[in-house]
Write a protein that binds this ligand. Sequence first.
Ligand code: 5GP
Ligand code: SF4
Ligand code: MG
Length: 460
Amino acid sequence: MCGIFGVRGHPAAAELVQLGLYSLQHRGQESSGIVTVDDTSRAHAVRAMGLVSEGLDVGELRGLAGSTGIGHTRYSTAGSSVLANAQPVVASVRGGAVALAHNGNLTNAAELRQELEDSGAIFSSTMDSEVIVHRIARSRAERPEERLAEALQGVEGAYSLLVLLGDTLLAARDPRGWRPLVMGTLGDSVVFGSESCALDIVGAQAVREVEPGEIVVVDREGVRTGARLTAKEQHRCVFEYVYFARPDSRVFGGSVDRARRELGRRLAREHPTPGADLVFSVPDSSNSAALGYAEESGLPYELALIRNHYVGRTFIQPTQGARDAKVRVKYNAVREVLQGKRVVMVDDSIVRGTTTRGLVAMVRAAGAKEVHMRVSSAPVTGPCYYGIDTPTREELIAANYTTPEIAAHLGVDTLGYLSLDGMLESVPDGPHGFCHACFSGDYPTAPPTDPEKLRAGCGC
Ligand code: 5GP
Ligand code: SF4
Ligand code: MG
């Protein structure tokens, strides 16, 4: 997964993009980058491994001249943690520079790349996103929006894109609308961000989402819809509401906080816990859902787990055998809250089950008498091919075990997952028009021919 941000027509474009990326850091921590274009349509780029605060400091920004810029934060994916895969992708094409920032995964990137390589294209990264840049370069169309629309014909899968072509800024979403992309204004300038929290941080006003299949153009003449791709049934990622986006954001036109509260309330109705003493969350991702559960059930909301916010990616992995050490570095339990209590532990999702198992052991060690696990999403039974780095089916606990087996493995007294319908009915504008493939197995596209290659080359 990744975060993207862009602005056109602001004297401090690079600083604005940097700020936007700070608030999208949760969408990607592996690398980040900013590209600006100046008055002469020359591109200036900085890309670095690590967090925005590590790689894109003030000194780095000094060379980024121009009033138009785009930026990207990249999520860690297996086998591809190299600077060559940091975005935005920059290249030189007919008419000047092109830069591209992509959130999502293309599902037919391998085939498209093969076609391009067979006709002589030379790739400089393993990212799926680079395919789009090559296709822009080959387009014979004149206007930037036509070049992008032509490049995107036949490209399958998930993409929210920001593209600089000369001094034109383009924003596009795939026709199924998998990933969010919000458009806003800041004075006379136009800004885009993966989530509305990125607009808030720069003081911009959110206007609307870029629509699925829409290409928005921002150039000297202003802002307008430049093209529309062939319409398809919408498949917005429900996991954005469940886990990925920040609760202070609006995505897909709805509030993430409201979505998570409702997921929690619905969970409380589907899986009540009579006789429990209190509810707590696994901070931070399930805070809002746990609040919803507490509101609906009437149980007190407590802070039973405390998260250390300073554990970075540089944290050295514990040795084999110290299975729970990783969990202990990130979380600690509050004995005074848990001692002798029958507790409801709410989390947004269970993926592998390893973190959850460690946390349950910790909660018990702190004196909890009963642990009732409640999950504000349906069981994750399949991988995601559309931009979220979920593991293979073999590693997904719910793909291989029944709910009672999972409960036993986690060491909880009871386990309740929200139903698929309950999940889809809880999110704004649900239940239709959402992707739920990793929960239901209902994949809207053919899976990529080589999913492992996709994981390694994901430019999301
Ligand atoms: P598990 O018990 O499956 O090892 O971990 C569950 C936890 O992982 C939950 O707290 C959930 O919020 C978190 N989680 C779910 N999806 C992702 C993801 O894509 N990346 C990361 N880092 N955490 C995730
Ligand atoms: Fe979202 Fe799951 Fe669909 Fe991936 S498969 S886009 S995580 S709902
Ligand atoms: Mg979590």
